[in-house]
Design a protein around this ligand. Sequence first.
Ligand code: ADP
Ligand code: MG
Length: 240
Amino acid sequence: MIDFSHVHKHYGSLHVLKDINLVFKRGEVVVICGPSGSGKSTLLRTINRLEKIDAGLISVNGRPLPTRERDINRYRQGVGFVFQSFNLFPHLSALENVTLALRRLQGQSVQEAQASGIRLLGRVGLQDKAHVRPDHLSGGQQQRVAIARALAMKPPLILFDEPTSALDPEMVGEVLAVMRELVSDGMTMVCVTHEMGFAREVADRVIFMADGAIVEDAPPEPFFTHPGNPRLRTFLADVR
Ligand code: ADP
Ligand code: MG
C-alpha cells in the first residue's frame, strides 16, 4: 500500500530521515517506537504529505505520492490522522467535529452527515456526547472523538501519532480499546506509540527508530523476546 524507497528528509542541516526503506501492506498494523527526536512523527507526516521529502520515493498503491495541491488534498482524504493533542475544533460539538469533512468535502446533507456522525460516535462509545463541546469532554473522550473524525471519510489507512501520550493514565485504556476494535475490523494502521503491551498484542510488525534510521523492523515476538540491537534493548528496558 505504502512503499518508502531510500527516503531522506532534512530540516536545515538536521538529517531527520536517513535512507528509509519500508513497506506497509494493506490490512497490516505497524507500531513505530523509538526515543524522542528520532524522526517518528516526521516519518508519519511524510505519508500524508504534511512534510515533503528531499530524496527517495514514497509510493502509494504503486504510484508516487501526488505533488499537485489538488491531488494532495484528495489523497489526504483517504488517510486518517490522529494526533497526540487531539486537535479538535474547540467551538464545534463532538458531532460537528466528526461531520465537518462529510459536509464540506463530500457535500453530504445535514441529515446524511449527522446520521453518519452519530454512527461513528457510537463506534467509539460516545453517542451520548454528540452535542457536547471538546472542553466538556475528558482527554480520553476527546481523543475518541478525534478517532471518529479520522474515520469519517472511510480512509483505507489511519495514522496515529502517540495517541495516548497526552492522556492521564486512567484514560489510556479506553482509547487503546477503540484502536483494538479498528484492528479487528481489518483497518490498515501505522501507529507511533510507546504502549508496548498494545504493540505486542495487535501489531503485525514493530519498528524501532533511532537517529532518523530504522534500526529494527520485526514481528512482535522476536522484537520483544530477542531484541538484537543494543539501543533497542536499552529503549525497551526504559519504557517498561
Ligand atoms: P519524534 O517524533 O521521534 O520525537 P520528530 O520527527 O518530531 O521526532 O523530530 C525529529 C527531529 O527533527 C527532532 O530533532 C526535531 O527537533 C526535529 N524537527 C521536527 N520538526 C521540525 C521542524 N518543523 N523544523 C525543524 N526541526 C524539526
Ligand atoms: Mg513525535
